[in-house]
Design a protein around this ligand. Structure first.
Ligand code: MF3
Ligand code: CO
Ligand code: CO
Length: 277
């Protein structure tokens, strides 16, 4: 069942989203060569608690941490391992879900560690644009397939990357994962019609090589979670926002910077028109 949220609920989710946005903004300055995944985890966990919120991932199906921290070819669900020390040139993705006063929000951001290669910069740039193309398509009356199609055409056909199929966005609120499934690939004009009050995530994972991924065992044998890596070892980027579909267009509930959002959405709208998405 897909529930439509009231303005009041959307406001509550935005307050929750501000907590994650604050963490991601702080991580932009904090992430440097030598920083460990555990330091990122501890910072995020403390920040969430200090802001009167709780980390929804902790305890979710036995997951033990507030964050997922994935580096380079790791695609998703990486645990913040102690031995994971960031090196110059790495790309690190930090994903978390937060609950504040009963309201959920979910966001992932990619960070360059020190000086990264041009190909890593390009991968990050295209993946972030893919997210905003998906957001720009999130209009009342459009369909889920319009979101997926734009992301897939842009990343695969226009840029030759691999658009991960096996992990998807989702409805959100009152729990972390709700209906509908939000695919990052698809066909124009197909799928569920978008309605005002839907709250969803869009979270493309884009690989430099193949879209296929494989399981990687978590080094801690007591941990039931596995994480995913790209099947060919190529590097992967991810950006995720939580958004509300409204009569006035998409509202980014995990927004970090309204000006940057406006710039990205203006670019996306033009791209959608020019390419007839
Ligand atoms: N935040 C993730 C998502 O985007 C959920 C991760 S589940 C966890 O859906 F348990 F691994 F944290
Ligand atoms: Co997430
Ligand atoms: Co999500």
């Amino acid at each position: 069942m897909i529930t439509l949220k009231s303005d009041r609920e959307i406001k509550g989710m935005r307050e929750s989203g501000k907590v994650i946005a604050g963490i991601h903004l702080a991580l932009k300055d904090m992430i440097k060569p030598g920083v460990t995944a555990m330091e990122i985890e501890n910072f995020a966990n403390d920040y969430i608690l200090a802001h009167g919120a709780t980390p929804s991932e902790k305890g979710f199906e036995g997951y033990k941490y507030a964050t997922c921290v994935d580096v380079n070819d790791e695609v998703a669900h990486g645990t913040p391992r102690k031995g994971l020390v960031l090196k110059n040139g790495d790309i690190v993705k930090v994903d978390m879900t937060v609950n504040k006063d009963g309201y959920e929000s979910d966001s992932c951001w990619s960070f360059a560690v020190g000086e990264v290669s041009q190909s890593t910069k390009d991968l990050m740039d295209v993946t972030k644009k893919a997210l905003y193309l998906g957001i720009a398509q999130s209009q009342v009356g459009k369909r889920l397939g319009d979101i997926g199609f734009a992301i897939q055409d842009f990343t695969e056909n226009k840029h030759g990357y691999g658009d991960v199929r096996d992990l998807i966005g989702h409805g959100i609120q009152p729990t972390m994962h709700e209906k509908p499934d939000v695919f990052h690939y698809g066909e124009k004009g197909k799928g569920l019609r978008l309605k005002a009050g839907m709250t969803i995530t869009i979270e493309p994972m884009i690989n430099e090589g193949t879209w296929e991924i494989m399981d990687h065992e978590v080094p801690d044998k007591n941990d039931p979670w596995i994480y995913y890596v790209s099947a060919d070892g190529s590097w992967s980027a991810q950006y995720e926002h939580t958004l509300a579909i409204t009569e006035d267009g998409p509202k980014i509930l995990t927004s970090q910077d309204a000006e940057d959002d406006a710039k990205m959405l203006a670019w996306a709208k033009k791209y959608i028109e020019d390419n007839n998405y």
